[in-house]
Structures are given as C-alpha cells and as structure tokens.
Design a protein around this ligand. Structure first.
Ligand SMILES: Nc1ncnc2c1ncn2[C@@H]1O[C@H](COP(=O)(O)OP(=O)(O)O)[C@@H](O)[C@H]1O
Ligand SMILES: [Mg+2]
Length: 290
C-alpha cells in the first residue's frame, strides 16, 4: 500500500520465510553454516531451536535452496500433527518413492534403496522436520529409527529437527533419551541485539528498493528494538504498521508518536511497558484470591 509513496519495489516486511530477504546476523550466519556443515559432514541428527519468530523456518528455506543447488535430495516435513502412517506417506511423497505409500514396510524398503544408491555415489540425503516440538513420540521414534540406516561411511540420512525451545525440554524426558543421544549438532537462534535490529530493518528495506533507509530515525529504531525484544517477526509487524501509519499521515519519516500508536493498536507489551504494568496490577486481586 505504501510502496509507491516510499519508492519501494516490493513489500519489505512480508511475513513469509523468504531467503532473498535474509539478514545474516551472527547467530543466523552461524546456524546456517552449522546446518550445512551438519548435512555435508553427515552428523546424523542436527537440532535447530529458537523462540517463535526468530527465523527458524527462514533458515530451513535457505538450507533447502542450498540442497537443491547441490543436487541433494531432501524431504521437508512441516506439518507436525502427523500419525506415523501419515509421516511415512509424506516421506514417500517427498522422495517420490515408487511403492505403496500407505505401507510402512514398502516405504522403508524403497527409502533404504534410495539411500543406498545415493551413498554408493558418495552423496547424502536429508530430511528436514519443522515444528518438531509438536511431533508425537511415535513419530519421533520412527524418525530416530530412520537415523539407524547407516553404511560404513556414516549415516545415510541427515535429519534436521527444528523447533521451539520446548523441543529441547521434550528431549530431556526419559523416553526421548535415545533420540537425544543421537543429536550430533545443535544450533540455537537468538533474538537480535539493538544494532542488529537496526541493520535487519535496513537490510530488508534495501532489498525492497530503498538503498539507504531514512524513514525510521535512530531513536525510533532503538525503541522498536526494545518493544519487539529483537524478534524478527515482531519487528516486521511493527515496521510494516509504522510505514503504513507514516504513509497515511503523508509523512516521510516515522516518529515515536507513530510507534506508540502502532504498538498500542497491536496490544504489544514488553518489559517496562505501561501495558504490562496495567496487566500486572489488574491481575493482583486474582493472585490474592488464589
Ligand atoms: N535473519 C533473518 N533475515 C530476514 N528475515 C528474517 C530473519 N529471521 C527472521 N526473519 C523474518 O521473520 C519472520 C519470522 O521468521 P520465521 O522463519 O517464520 O520464524 P520461526 O520459524 O522461527 O517462527 C519472517 O517474516 C522471516 O522472513
Ligand atoms: Mg517456523
């Protein structure tokens, strides 16, 4: 909506996990390097964790691009509400296995053949699982057993488990011990610091056609960081609304007042926000009653 007003060629703060907009913060850079290293050096299980909106799916999309460019076949499981039967069906579909896709035995047999064929050519295969914190134990067990497929050169399938920090906690439970022990590499995404938040916004605006961003002044950038806690998804939502507000007022620059309006409308709260204070005091009688 505000694109033409600010001379942009595309929407800078889209919520899709688009690798072309990637900002390489040190954590993102390291995590992506680790994912690629984990797959190419056949670490078996690789785990990526991070809070909601920190960029996990975006990095998985980058990994997907890397694997495609390097002719490494992969499966991508993003629906975590799966039964084991549906899981095998999705695996068969992703790897284009020519077998009865509703038969676990047939899928495993075909997959094993594919993996062997690839391994004989000294190449590997990957299975990417997003939102893994939601997977049932039965499905995680099947995934763990896929990791047993191995030849003398190492694991034949590299499994990337990505999820919210609950995934870490889930694997601490006793019945996940076997899976936990197999994780050869762990990477963790963290929110941006103040400087990274500013650089992130500038990078996205540059990608959308504004080579040097002048719409959000430094004090507002610092305040965006505080209010979003450096979480990329929230930064996108706030920045998008901020540009929209500036556009509606026909202003070339965003101001703190605009930011106040935006975060109030979004009902955003952050450590030290007055809203948090209101919620805390409103909660007081309940706490006393309990
Ligand atoms: N390093 C980054 N560079 C560019 N955009 C990012 C980055 N990290 C996150 N984002 C953006 O933030 C939003 C949320 O990211 P997403 O990958 O969906 O997070 P998660 O999967 O961890 O919940 C998306 O719009 C995504 O494009
Ligand atoms: Mg995600």
């Amino acid at each position: 909506m505000y694109k033409a007003f600010f001379g942009l060629t595309s929407n800078p703060f889209n919520l899709s996990p688009d690798p072309t907009f990637l900002y390489r913060s040190p954590f993102h850079e390291e995590a992506l390097a680790n994912l690629i290293y984990g797959v190419t050096s056949r670490k078996g299980f690789i785990m990526l964790t991070g809070e909601v909106g920190t960029g996990k799916t975006t990095l998985l999309e980058c990994l997907r691009d890397y694997l495609t460019a390097h002719h490494t076949p992969f499966g991508f499981i993003f629906n975590s509400r799966l039964t084991p039967e549906q899981f095998f069906e999705m695996v068969a579909y992703d790897f284009d296995l020519q077998c009865n896709r509703s038969s676990k035995t047939e899928v495993l047999f075909s997959l094993n053949n594919l993996l062997l064929e690839r391994a004989n050519q000294n190449m590997t295969t990957a299975l990417i699982v997003d939102e893994a914190q939601n997977l049932d134990w039965e499905v995680l067990e099947e995934i763990r057993m896929l990791g047993n497929l191995e030849n003398r050169r190492g694991k034949m399938i590299q499994v990337i488990l990505s999820g919210q920090p609950e995934l870490d906690r889930k694997l601490e439970e006793p019945n996940y011990r076997q899976l936990r022990q197999r994780i050869g590499l762990r990477c963790r995404l963290r929110p941006f610091n103040t400087a990274e938040t500013a650089a992130y916004i500038a990078t996205r605006l540059a990608r959308a056609g504004m080579r040097e961003q002048t719409v959000i002044p430094a004090d507002v950038l610092a305040e965006i960081h505080t209010r979003t806690q450096g979480i990329p998804r929230l930064i996108n939502l706030v920045s998008d609304n901020l540009l929209l507000t500036a556009f509606a007022l026909e202003q070339r620059q965003a101001t703190s007042q605009m930011l106040d309006e935006v975060t109030r409308d979004m009902e955003l709260d952050w450590p030290g926000s007055s809203r948090r204070f209101e919620i805390a005091s409103a909660g007081q009688p309940d706490l006393n009653a309990a």
